[in-house]
Design a protein around this ligand. Structure first.
Ligand SMILES: *[C@@H]1O[C@H](CO)[C@@H](O)[C@H](O)[C@H]1NC(C)=O
Ligand SMILES: *[C@@H]1O[C@H](CO)[C@@H](O)[C@H](O)[C@H]1NC(C)=O
Ligand SMILES: *[C@@H]1O[C@H](CO)[C@@H](O)[C@H](O)[C@H]1NC(C)=O
Ligand SMILES: *[C@@H]1O[C@H](CO)[C@@H](O)[C@H](O)[C@H]1NC(C)=O
Ligand SMILES: *[C@@H]1O[C@H](CO)[C@@H](O)[C@H](O)[C@H]1NC(C)=O
Ligand SMILES: *[C@@H]1O[C@H](CO)[C@@H](O)[C@H](O)[C@H]1NC(C)=O
Ligand SMILES: *[C@@H]1O[C@H](CO)[C@@H](O)[C@H](O)[C@H]1NC(C)=O
Ligand SMILES: *[C@@H]1O[C@H](CO)[C@@H](O)[C@H](O)[C@H]1NC(C)=O
Ligand SMILES: *[C@@H]1O[C@H](CO)[C@@H](O)[C@H](O)[C@H]1NC(C)=O
Ligand SMILES: *[C@@H]1O[C@H](CO)[C@@H](O)[C@H](O)[C@H]1NC(C)=O
Length: 617
């Protein structure tokens, strides 16, 4: 018989070896206007506990920057700084350096660490938080009713994505859960984030709005975060209450890494930055969401032409050695060739079409390419008879996407013919008076491609494809049109982005969820010490849902004691050892086809286990 006292001792031991209950770092987040070093104007500030950051092994503070960008125009350009550290006082001194003497702070401060002025929320799952508000306007975290959508593990060792409701009334709570669940499953069930799903949790955090729907014409409605469109065009959706969004996210403690403001609106629209904004559009909600999350989670820029930000794992400025994704190139070369293609026309007209005269644009072709594609996006035109698109007078025979209605969609019409040298025109002619005011041409682009000896069109080919920025600067991307960072209608990232995704997530997630030890008496009466290691459910531990998308995955688990390998335990997650004090080490290595290069060792996790006593019978 094992005496109860030993079980108590054991459970204490078990806690002490758990890799994640030990020390969690703190996170300071400051939203500010201006430059970080020349006394910026602080807008809001938060302080909370967060999950591990593997860079803290080598650094005292890990910082990341970005935009909050809660409205159109310069007055509303706000930046954020996120600093993660084990050293609380270091973070506080950073807050003081940035925002000045605490006495002068005239902005909301959300502090979930110092509980002395705690406002306790009765909502399940919501962290206790204190809210030290020093001046009006009064910003309190909205009351949140939290529903798990996809749960794979404890938030202390997962990356958490949270949908916050905007423009959903109390009566629309069920609709909100339905919309949030649909979006979460769309991007994690069988595509986009499906292979990394075991590293993620998704939550729906409901707070009722007084008004249903989101604002237009630059005017928010009476909603939780004040989402609105600038005009009526199906483009950006902004938020009027960034402090409320900040408060809402912090009030969830470590359950909110990527806040998503979900607007109750059936059409295309969204925004990137600290708060991802999307809508409940059946066709476009997930499309906007995954693209914006790509920016924030993988920390990559665009892959489409005409943008201004090209950075991260999927962008190269030149072809010379060492080439960033050399390990993914389809051809075994150290520096790839330039896949010859060009963009002779690129326009964002955002124009309302009329029936009087077509919208027309001219461009010149060099005549040195073999094929081309006409890409454009439209909204407000449900029927093919209502729009004629022609190139040099020839009808391109545009067909609307099935069931698109008046929502926006991106089209690509590929032509297997060369453009002759000289001038060409494309025109968009509206054919239905009733659609005037709603029919809009958003973007138009022509891309020309060289023949197959200079441009490889094979599906899945990974090379160096030129992307041309708004100022026609060239960067390179890995695939022609596979990646959703370029082709927003594609549901998946390219291989290079997926590798970046794994590495970004595994920077914040340890492959070992927990380690426990216990006593066990075998039938023979021999008492043994058992060590159980719980792994993040990847490879053979994946649940039936999700899946590896056909990729090979494996965990290699190695055990040792006092530096001596224990090969008989290889790949076991529960081992039985002699009932003696001792120290053990478990090293877990995760292998997936989706990661070829792991420069920081994020796919390996090591835990030392000390067993100070014996199980007493
Ligand atoms: C933006 O800034 C420019 C000059 O910096 C100024 O002329 C313009 O009025 C500003 N616009 C808004 C909306 O603040
Ligand atoms: C994923 O599932 C959705 C909905 O069930 C389906 O429309 C889509 O084709 C599937 N995608 C893949 C890659 O299987
Ligand atoms: C709803 O209206 C009430 C009364 O005007 C107000 O106190 C509350 O803040 C509003 N709620 C939201 C989410 O805007
Ligand atoms: C080429 O790109 C690499 C990064 O991929 C960069 O470090 C290097 O400075 C670039 N070289 C030139 C000449 O721009
Ligand atoms: C295109 O790439 C594929 C895959 O690497 C290769 O098999 C094929 O030969 C290439 N095509 C040309 C025309 O180079
Ligand atoms: C790639 O090329 C290098 C040298 O050019 C060679 O050593 C290596 O074996 C090649 N790899 C494959 C898979 O062909
Ligand atoms: C119709 O649209 C064309 C192209 O955008 C524009 O030039 C013209 O001014 C518009 N006409 C009317 C009456 O709005
Ligand atoms: C096309 O090139 C011709 C000759 O250089 C020039 O006159 C014309 O303005 C160009 N057209 C456009 C749309 O740039
Ligand atoms: C953009 O640059 C490419 C080459 O770098 C050039 O061929 C092309 O004509 C340029 N396009 C425009 C619109 O200037
Ligand atoms: C452990 O798993 C790895 C990956 O599946 C495999 O290569 C290795 O042979 C396994 N070792 C044992 C002892 O089964």
């Amino acid at each position: 018989m094992l005496r109860p006292v030993d079980w108590i001792l054991l459970s204490v031991l078990a806690l002490s070896v758990s890799s994640h209950t030990l020390r969690h770092p703190y996170e300071l987040e400051i939203h500010y206007e201006g430059a970080p070093l020349s006394s910026p104007k602080c807008r809001s500030l938060s302080f909370r506990e967060t999950q591990l950051h593997k860079k803290l092994k080598h650094m005292e503070v890990v910082e990341s920057f970005g935009k909050v960008q809660y409205g159109h125009g310069n007055s509303s350009q706000v930046n954020y700084l996120q600093s993660i550290s084990h050293d609380k006082s270091l973070l506080w001194s950073q807050a003081l350096t940035m925002c000045g003497d605490q006495e002068t702070w005239a902005f909301p401060v959300f502090d979930s660490i110092e509980n002395n002025h705690a406002v306790t929320s009765s909502n399940a799952g919501q962290a206790i938080m204190s809210h030290k508000l020093l001046k009006d306007p009064d910003v309190l975290p909205p009351p949140l009713q939290i529903t798990p959508l996809v749960s794979t593990g404890h938030s202390s060792n997962r990356v958490d994505l949270v949908f916050f409701s905007d423009g959903y009334t109390e009566e629309e709570h069920v609709q909100f859960i339905h919309d949030a669940r649909r979006l979460a499953l769309d991007i994690s069930n069988n595509q986009t984030f499906s292979t990394v799903r075991p590293l993620l949790n998704f939550w729906a955090a409901f707070s009722p709005s007084n008004d249903s729907g989101i604002g237009v014409g630059g005017h928010p409605k009476d909603t939780v975060f004040g989402l609105y469109r600038d005009g009526t065009e199906l483009r950006g959706v902004y938020y009027a209450k960034p402090e409320t969004a900040h408060a809402a996210c912090v009030s969830m403690g470590d359950k909110c890494d990527y806040p998503i403001l979900l607007g109750n609106d059936p059409f295309y629209g969204g925004l990137g930055g600290r708060f991802t904004v999307t809508t409940s559009s059946e066709i476009n909600g997930a499309l906007v969401l995954r693209h914006e999350l790509g920016h924030s989670i993988i920390e990559v820029g665009e892959e489409y032409d005409g943008g201004f930000a090209y950075f991260g794992v999927n962008a190269a400025t030149n072809l010379s050695h060492p080439f960033p994704w050399a390990h993914w190139l389809s051809e075994n070369v150290s520096s790839p060739r330039h896949e010859r293609s060009v963009v002779p026309l690129q326009e964002y007209p955002w124009t309302i079409l009329n029936t009087t005269s077509p919208w027309t644009v001219a461009f010149n072709s060099s005549g040195t390419y073999s094929t081309y594609v006409v890409q454009f996006s439209l909204s407000g035109i449900p029927d093919k008879d209502h729009l004629k698109i022609s190139m040099d007078g020839i009808d391109l025979e545009w067909q609307p996407r099935k069931d698109i209605g008046v929502d926006r969609w991106h089209y690509a019409i590929a032509r297997d013919a060369a453009l002759r040298a000289g001038e060409h025109t494309v025109s968009f002619k509206l054919g239905a008076k009733a659609l005037v005011g709603q029919a809009q041409l958003c973007s138009v682009e022509i891309i020309e491609f060289a023949s197959s000896d200079e441009f490889n069109t094979t599906n899945g080919f990974i090379g160096a494809f030129p992307t041309y920025s708004d100022t026609n600067e060239t960067t390179y991307r890995p695939t022609n049109d596979k990646c959703l960072m370029r082709t927003v209608t594609s549901p998946n990232f390219c291989e290079v982005c997926v590798e970046g995704l794994w590495l970004s997530l595994l920077e914040r997630v340890d492959l070992i969820d927990d380690v426990q030890t216990r006593c066990h008496m075998a039938h023979s009466g021999v008492v043994q010490r058992m060590i159980d290691v719980s792994l993040v459910p990847l490879a053979q531990y994946r649940a039936n849902d999700g899946g590896t998308g056909g990729n090979h995955e494996a965990y290699v688990v190695k055990w040792s004691t006092d530096g001596r390998e224990l090969p008989m335990f290889e790949n076991q997650t529960t081992i039985a050892v002699d009932n003696l004090p001792g120290s053990y080490t478990v090293e877990v290595h995760f292998i997936t086809d989706e990661v070829r290069l792991d420069p920081y060792g994020y796919l390996t996790s090591v835990v030392d286990i000390t067993i100070p006593g014996v199980c007493v019978v």
